[in-house]
Each structure stands twice: as C-alpha cells, then as structure tokens.
Design a protein around this ligand. Structure first.
Ligand code: AMP
Ligand code: ZN
Length: 493
C-alpha cells in the first residue's frame, strides 16, 4: 500500500499526510444531491471529483466504505420553503414521487458519466428516528432548546463551551449573526440569529412531517448528514466531502451537531471541491448562464458550437484540480475533445508496440521517472491536471516509438509493459474514462453482425437455401431481420 498520499484538509487549511483511523480502511462520507430538480453540471463536477478520489483510494488498495446520501427532506430555500415541496408543486407530484423521479435521473446521469455507485446511499427520510435521537442527545448535553415545537441549536453556548463553532468556515460569531439565513421566518423564536433549527414544527399544509417529542415536524437539513454518517461510519471517520459552498452553514453545523451530540469531531479530513463556472461566471439559471448535461451532449445550446460526449466532459472536469474553479467554455471543451482522442489513440497504438530489449537504457530511466511522477501527482492531493500532463508525456513517447523517431530498441519490454499498466490504471480505473470509439455492443450484437455477414455472403453467392435457412432459424428464436436500402437490420419480434 502506498502510504504517501497527502490531502488538503479544509479544517486545518493545510496539506496533511493521509492516515486512516483503521489501517487499510477508509470511511468516506460525501453530501449527496437534493433530489427536487434535475442534477446540474456543477453537481456533476463535485460527484465526479469524489468518484475520482474514491477510485484512487481503491487503486491504492484501501477498502473504502463510501457513503453518499440522498437529501429528500429538510433542505430549505432561502425563503424557508422546503425544496422538496417546491419540486412537488412545480411537478404536481407527491414529494416522494419527486424524490424518486430525480433520484432515478441522478443515477442515470452518474451512470452516463461512468461514476461508481457508493457503498451505501442512505435517504434522509429513511433515517428520521436516528435524527430524532440525535436531537434528543444534543438537548440532553445542553446545546439545544425547544421553542414552540421547534428545536434550535444553541450556537453561542456551544461556541463558548467548546470553542469549535466557526473553525471550518473561519467565521466568527459576529459574522455568523449577519449571515445566518436559516429559517428566516422563525428568526424571532431563536435565542440568537446564528442558532439553527435541528427540528422544525410543520405547518398544517406542510406535506412531509413526522411525530416527534417536540411536535409533528421535520428535521433540519444539516442533521441528516450528522445522523447518517454516524450510523454508517461511526462517531469518527476519515473523510467528509462536498462542494465548498457547503462549508457554511451545512458543514459547520454538521460539526456542531456531532460535537454537540457525541463530543467529537466527526471527520479527520474535510475535502471540498471548487465550483464549476461557465464563461467565467457562476452557472446560474436566473441569468441564463447555465447548460444541462443533456444540452451539452447534444450541443443544443447557445453556449456550445457542438455536442460533447460524456467522456469528453469527464476528461474536461479532470483537467482542472478539484480545488480550483473550473471554467466551462466551448474552446476548453474543444481542446479536451482533441486531447481525449489523442490519449485514446495513443493507448490503442500502445498495444502494437513490442520490444525484445531486456536492457535498461537512459530512455527507460526517463520513462520510469515520468510514470513515478504521475503517481506522485496523484498522491499530492489528487492532482489530476499534473497527472494528465504526465500521461501526455507518455503519449509523446508512444507516438515517437510508433513513428520510428525513437528506435524501439531504446526501450525495454518491461518499460513498455509499465507504460501499459500505468495508462490502464490511471485512465480507466482512476479517472473512470471509457473509450467511446469502441462499440458498446455486447456479445449478441457481435454475433448478429457475424450472422448477417454470413447471410450476405450466401446471397452474394446466390445461395438462397442458406440465406433462407439463416432467416428462418432466427425467426424461430424471435429475431427478425429486415433488408433495406441502408443494409440489413435486425430486431426482436
Ligand atoms: P445540492 O443538490 O444543491 O445539495 O448539491 C449537491 C452537491 O453539488 C454539493 O456538494 C454542492 O456543493 C455541489 N455543487 C453545487 N453547485 C456546484 C457547482 N456550480 N460546482 C461544483 N459543485 C457544485
Ligand atoms: Zn451533507
């Protein structure tokens, strides 16, 4: 196992050597989507970044428990409306129908982008009991108070007693007072404006509500992640992730709840992704500066000159470091498309290169240095853009060997094999890219191509008996073939 991985910890604001709590195991919690509307490309960037991190941890040999939740209750808009209720009104559906619809859409998009499923994907509505228990623990430890059926976290008392509030976001209480947006409607119920609701009494018209010791209501948004990470990863685990817009209030409040209920910081390392921009500005629906993944694939948008495949988009995302902002522009996507093709072509050409040399030349040493550099870059807080630069150095070597600019005798068999295993590991296993030029056809499609080809040959030879035999035999297994101007096609009857 490679033990030299360093990660940037947002909590301590420095790079730290990654040391898991239990050797060989990693517990990682990532805040999942709020399923009240279609997932947007910014969300996709964050989930693809954590997919790359998950994949690299697996590559290093860790056994990873990756928990990514589904937020299907409690995430309020600035005006206090529950996002699920908003989605439910917009689509004229039950809130749980809304959750189901957009969870399925989210999974479809994650599959299109070739992200791995998390180990556990808990839903907030499936963990109401755990959240109620956590509210009770926080009250019991003196860090929350109930008021008119709602329960509020007492930030001032917590900050004074533990000194923990504001550490992640770097805010002081005075700033928090002005910035706290939590449930503005009930501001006057709170002891202090920076206090936040961990349980909310529901109004009569509110659709999603549950019985609790305090009222018929629903949990505060921040609470679900505290309750579910504790349930599936324990009181303390290794990595907690999310977009950097979640640092405050969501993650700050998560930490407060965990420390408040259990007395300890939940995660050792807090990892935050930076935002996806478009044409230099934050993607925003209200000023039209937005593009959906589907519009990007089809090119059906004023923001792009053409469509880009999912793997080109994934490659584009990897070309910036997960902690840097990433600006989506047509030019950048065109460059990614070219780069991705160059990478895939070189990987294919690699399979035709073979050397019988068993020596160890300067050229071998130089190539090994590039390979080591790629892993060092990945160990340096998952520096994908630098690792990609290393891959392109390998591409140059492959192309030079192919074109004969470098004699094949200059490189050993072992080094060629090392290039192959490195490219395979980084491009496919860690970056999660796929070669889209390869046919996605399974064995049935391959066999049918063969059968149709044989039938063509028979017809060209005027061997009508064989041609009919093939058609009839396929008919018996419910496969119909059709001859048309464009050629022969097939389908199930
Ligand atoms: P949400 O569904 O709003 O809870 O967001 C799901 C995840 O996407 C969170 O980790 C957000 O921080 C992240 N996210 C939202 N907008 C962007 C963006 N423009 N770029 C990158 N990540 C984002
Ligand atoms: Zn969360």
């Amino acid at each position: 196992m490679n033990s030299t991985l360093s990660v940037y910890n947002s909590l301590t604001r420095q790079k730290e050597v990654f040391k898991p709590i239990h050797e060989g195991f990693v517990g990682m919690y990532v805040c999942g989507p709020t399923v009240y509307s279609d997932v947007h490309l910014g969300n996709c960037r964050t989930f693809m970044s954590f997919d790359m991190i998950y994949r690299y941890l697996l590559h290093l040999g860790f056994k990873v428990r990756y928990v990514r939740n589904i937020t299907d209750v409690g995430h309020l808009l600035d005006d206090g409306e529950d996002r699920m209720s908003k989605g439910s009104k917009a689509d004229n559906l039950e809130p749980m129908e809304v959750a189901q619809k957009y969870t399925v859409g989210f999974h479809d998009m994650m599959r299109i982008f070739n992200t791995l499923s998390p180990s556990i994907e808990p839903r907030a509505t499936g963990h109401i009991l755990e959240q109620i228990e956590m509210v009770q623990s926080i009250i019991d430890r003196g860090f929350a108070y109930s008021r008119n059926g709602s329960v509020y976290f007492d930030t001032i008392k917590f900050a004074k007693k533990t000194g923990e509030y504001g550490k992640l976001s770097g805010r002081v209480i005075e700033e928090l007072i002005s910035e706290s947006r939590d449930n503005l409607k009930n501001q006057d119920e709170k002891n202090h404006p920076s206090d936040f609701a961990i349980w909310m009494k529901a109004s009569d018209e509110h659709l999603m509500k549950w019985n609790s010791p305090w009222s018929v209501g629903f949990p505060g948004w921040h609470l679900e992640c505290s309750a579910m990470s504790t349930k599936y990863l324990g009181l303390q685990f290794d990595i907690h992730g999310g977009g950097n817009d979640l640092k405050f209030p969501h993650h700050e409040n998560e930490i407060a709840q965990n420390v408040g209920a259990c007395g300890c910081q939940p995660a050792h390392y807090w990892l935050h992704t930076n935002m996806l921009l478009m044409n230099g500005k934050k993607m925003s629906k209200s000023d039209g500066n937005t593009i959906s993944p589907v519009e990007l694939f089809t090119g059906d948008s004023v923001h792009v000159s053409k469509g880009y495949s999912p793997m080109v988009v994934r490659f584009f995302m990897l070309q910036s470091h997960y902690r840097s902002p990433n600006d989506l522009t047509d030019e950048a996507l065109l460059a990614s498309e070219k780069g991705f093709k160059r990478l895939m072509d070189a990987y294919k050409n690699l399979s035709n290169l073979s050397s019988s040399s068993t020596g160890h030349t300067e050229f071998d040493k130089k190539t090994e240095g590039i390979i080591d550099g790629i892993f060092e870059d990945m160990n340096d807080d998952f520096n994908t853009p630098k690792a990609i630069a290393g891959l392109f150095e390998l591409v140059t070597i492959i192309n030079s060997l192919k074109e004969g600019q470098i004699a094949i005798s200059e490189i050993s068999h072992a080094t060629i094999e090392k290039i192959k295993s490195t490219m395979k590991a980084i491009i496919f296993d860690v970056f999660g890219l796929k070669d889209e030029s390869e046919s996605n056809a399974g064995p049935v499609e391959g066999l049918m191509d063969l059968v149709i080809d044989l039938r063509h040959q028979a017809r060209n030879n005027k061997d009508w008996a064989t041609s009919d035999k093939i058609r009839d035999a396929l008919g018996e297994i419910n496969i119909q073939i059709k001859d048309g101007k464009e050629g022969t096609s097939w389908g199930y009857k």
